[in-house]
Design a protein around this ligand. Structure first.
Ligand code: BES
Ligand code: ZN
Length: 454
C-alpha cells in the first residue's frame, strides 16, 4: 500500500461528501435555463482542483466553459498524461420515475443515486481526488498532468475540438486517460477496446397548413404522421438489417472478432433483465455483443405527431417529427453515412404532398483501441492491483466522439478506463455509481500514474 493509497482510504468519506456537492449542481448542458449551473459547476471544479494542488483555470467557449488543471512539476524528462472527463449531465426528466430526487444524492445498497453520479461526475472526480492524494501524501506527482473537464460532452463536444486545436501545444501529452465507460460486470476491471460513432438527425414532415378533421380531409391529403412512419419503416428489413444503400460498405465482418468477443464473460439473460425487455432482439445473424460493439444501427430516439391525449380525437396532423441516430462502428465515415442516410430518405419520401426536411444534428467518429504498449500495460497492472482480478478488454456501444479527436490532434494514445457498471441507468432515471467501484477506481487512477512514470 502506497502513502497515496493510505491517504485515499483515510479521506474517503470527505471525498464522497464532496462528490455529493458536485452532484447537487444540475449541470444539464442541453437546457439553456441551466446555464448558470454550468458556470457554477465549472467554478466548483476549478476550486477543488486548486485545493488538490493543481493550477486550474476556466476557459470560456462559445458554449459551456472548459476547466483546465495542470501540474508540471515532474519535469521535461517525465511523461505528460492528459486526463479527460465531463461535468455536464443529461436532463433528469422524467422526474416522477426517480426513486429519490436526481440532484439530492443518496446512498442505497452501496450505490450513489444521482444524475451524473456515474456519467461522468463521479468518474471525473475520482481522478481529481487521486491527484490530490498523490500530491498531499507524496508531495509530488510521478508524471506531469493536464486535466481537461468539458461541459458539452452530452451535446456533441462542439467547442472542445477547436479548443484542442488552438491549445495543441499546451495540451501536448504522451497518454490520454478517459473514465467515462462501463465495466463488463461488478468487480471485473475493464479496458475499453472500441467506441461506436454517431450520426444524429431530425426529420420533419410538413403537410397541410394546420391540423385537419380526419373525416372531412382524411384521404384527400397526405398524412404527415403516416408518411413519417413509412420513412422510418424503410430503415430496416424484416431481419432488422439496415436497408440504407452503402450503409455497411466499410463495416468489417464480425467474424474477424467473433472468437475474441465470445470469450468476454456475458449472459444475454443479464442484459435482458437489465433492460426489462420481454426478449433481446436485433439484427439477425449476430450475437448480442456483436450487435452492440461491431455492428452499426439506426435508432429512433423520439417521435412526435398528432393527438396523444386521453380518449380519441379524429384529427389529421399537419406535422410529424422524428429524431433518429445511427450508431456507427470504426471505419465508417460519419459524414459519408449522413449523406447516404439523407439520400435514402429523399428517395423513399413522397415527391409531392408533403415537405420532408432532414436536419443533421451532430456526428462523431467511432474508435478502435490499438491495444498494447506502455499505456495499456500500465493500465492492466494498476487495474489488476485495485480490483484483484485480471482485466477484460471490451467494446463499448456508446460514443465519446472526442476520443478520436484526441488521437488525431494530440497524436497520443487514448486509454478507456471506465468505472460504470451494467444497469447503471446512465441517461435514465435512478442513475447510480457503485461506491466500492468508485473507491477502487481512485486507487487504480493514482497507481496508474506511478506505473506510467516507471
Ligand atoms: N459515457 C457516455 C458514453 C458511453 C456510453 C460509453 C455507454 C460507453 C457506454 C457518454 O457520456 C455519452 O453518453 N455519450 C453520448 C455521445 C453523444 C451525445 C455524441 C452518447 O453515446 O450518446
Ligand atoms: Zn452520457
Amino acid at each position: 500500500m502506497s502513502r497515496a493509497d493510505t491517504y485515499i482510504d483515510e479521506n474517503m468519506s470527505r471525498f464522497r461528501e464532496e462528490l455529493f456537492d458536485f452532484l447537487r449542481i444540475p449541470s444539464v448542458s442541453a437546457n439553456s435555463e441551466n446555464r448558470p449551473d454550468m458556470q457554477r459547476a465549472a467554478e466548483w471544479l476549478v476550486q477543488r482542483m486548486r485545493e488538490a494542488g493543481l493550477q486550474a483555470a476556466i476557459h470560456p467557449t462559445a458554449g459551456h466553459p472548459i476547466v483546465l488543471g495542470e501540474w508540471r512539476g515532474a519535469g521535461a524528462g517525465a511523461p505528460t498524461v492528459l486526463i479527460y472527463g465531463h461535468y455536464d449531465v443529461q436532463p433528469a426528466e422524467p422526474l416522477e420515475l426517480w426513486s429519490s430526487p436526481p440532484y439530492e444524492p443518496e446512498i442505497r445498497d452501496g450505490r450513489i443515486y444521482a444524475r451524473g453520479s456515474v456519467d461522468d461526475k463521479g468518474q471525473l472526480y475520482l481522478h481529481v481526488k487521486a491527484l490530490e492524494s498523490l500530491l498531499k501524501a507524496e508531495g509530488r506527482l510521478p508524471v506531469n498532468v493536464v486535466l481537461v473537464a468539458e461541459g458539452e460532452e452530452e451535446i456533441g463536444s462542439d467547442n472542445l475540438v477547436p479548443f484542442l486545436e488552438k491549445m495543441r501545444d499546451q495540451l501536448a501529452c504522451d497518454y490520454v486517460i478517459v473514465s467515462d465507460t462501463t465495466m463488463v460486470a461488478p468487480g471485473v476491471p475493464t479496458i475499453g477496446a472500441s467506441l461506436r460513432g454517431l450520426a444524429y438527425f431530425q426529420i420533419d414532415v410538413q403537410g397541410p397548413a394546420k391540423d385537419l378533421h380526419s373525416g372531412s380531409y382524411g384521404g384527400a391529403v397526405l398524412n404527415p404522421a403516416t408518411v413519417l412512419c413509412r420513412i422510418v419503416a424503410s430503415f430496416h428489413d424484416l431481419d432488422w438489417h439496415a436497408t440504407i444503400p452503402g450503409f455497411y460498405d466499410k463495416v468489417r465482418p464480425a467474424t474477424e472478432v467473433r472468437d475474441q468477443i465470445a470469450q468476454v464473460p456475458f449472459e444475454d439473460e443479464t442484459l435482458r433483465e437489465e433492460t426489462g425487455s420481454p426478449t433481446l432482439g436485433g439484427e439477425a445473424g449476430y450475437s448480442t455483443l456483436e450487435r452492440l460493439w461491431v455492428r452499426p444501427t439506426v435508432e429512433v430516439n423520439g417521435l412526435l405527431s398528432g393527438f396523444t391525449g386521453e380518449g380519441s380525437k379524429t384529427v389529421l396532423p399537419a406535422h410529424a417529427m422524428a429524431k433518429v441516430s445511427c450508431r456507427l462502428v470504426p471505419d465508417q465515415d460519419p459524414v459519408l453515412v449522413a449523406k447516404l442516410f439523407m439520400e435514402h430518405i429523399h428517395r423513399v419520401a413522397p415527391k409531392e404532398g408533403v415537405t420532408v426536411t432532414i436536419t443533421p444534428m451532430h456526428t462523431g467518429q467511432a474508435w478502435r483501441a490499438r491495444l498494447g504498449g506502455k499505456l495499456y500495460e500500465a493500465a492492466a497492472r494498476s487495474l489488476e492491483a485495485a480490483f484483484g482480478r485480471k482485466v477484460v478488454y471490451a467494446g463499448e456501444g456508446g460514443s465519446i466522439p472526442i476520443v478520436s479527436d484526441f488521437e488525431r490532434v494530440l497524436g497520443a494514445p487514448v486509454l478507456l478506463m471506465g468505472f460504470g457498471l451494467p444497469g447503471e441507468n446512465a441517461h435514465a432515471p435512478d442513475e447510480w455509481l457503485d461506491v466500492d467501484t468508485f473507491e477502487r477506481g481512485m486507487h487504480a487512477a493514482a497507481n496508474l500514474l506511478a506505473q506510467l512514470s516507471a
